[in-house]
Design a protein around this ligand. Sequence first.
Ligand code: 5GP
Ligand code: MN
Length: 327
Amino acid sequence: MTTTAPTSVNDAFAAAIELLESARTATVLCHVQPDADTIGSGLAIALVLRRRGVSVQVAFASPRELPESMNELPGRDLLAAPDDVRGVVDLVVTVDAGSRGRLGTLADRIDAADACLVIDHHRSNTHFGTLNIVDADAESTTAVIVRLLDAWNVPVDADLAHCLFAGLVTDTGSFRWVRPGSHLLAERLLATGIDGAAIARKLLDNHPFGWLPMLGSVLGSATLVPEAVGGRGLVYAAILRGDSAGLRSEEIESVIDIVRTTSEAEIAAVFKQQSGDEWTVSLRSKTAVDVAAVASRLDGGGHRNAAGYTAHGTKADVVDALIDALG
Ligand code: 5GP
Ligand code: MN
């Protein structure tokens, strides 16, 4: 595989469209522990390809099931279980994945394809495709996809808008982290007739009762370390396996959004126990610290103000390792 380095964003879109138009078979890969941005982006691209007669599958390596909050997204019938993802296709498209590692066991599908188109908005993206469209200023990967569809003259109908809005509303924190143009994009998607309130409620505001006692226990043991990060402060909480028994990823992923509001801390972290000594960690910063850089030092990645990584050890070990990495 050779890597093409287009000179401008428009050239990159033109090259991407050429790849998408010449593929007869394609696989769209979303990142592990998928969120609504990766699934919304993947399903939107796959719906467009299917309409053009391309034989296309969408997949993520783990967990086995699509998060329940995403089970009404149009195009979900295009999802294939990891074992059923074809070995050889003309084109692999990855969406919202900053590195090969984020594709889990499906990363090898890239090597067997003629070309790999990477579409993403993570500053830490490693440009692992043969063609890489990475806009670190974009609110969501779905926002990058809208621009690609516009360049491709593909009209955005209600089904596509539903998928694209899902990524936009979640990655902007319900339109809190926005920039000029974000609301215009939302308006354009809503004008297709989608029910934005219902989509947002299903994705963000819909938890079983067991969420409340879980929050009580996890937030009740949150810890503030005012002296961390040169006195800027760290707040953290840990979700042990026992805390989250019977709950979905949606409940677990909601915790960081509460912890991060602590005014005494520049940095917030949530340690999510996966098994005995394995933890996935969510990091957030307010303004001063680039947590993507911190996460990169710990073999993860992400955005300036939202990043993550995987850690191993006891709770005390992984907390100490983070405090060290924060300096
Ligand atoms: P979250 O805390 O919501 O899981 O992730 C925050 C951001 O960091 C997301 O953009 C996500 O893609 C990225 N991220 C989370 N975990 C990892 C990781 O292990 N590796 C990399 N490269 N990025 C991650
Ligand atoms: Mn995203």
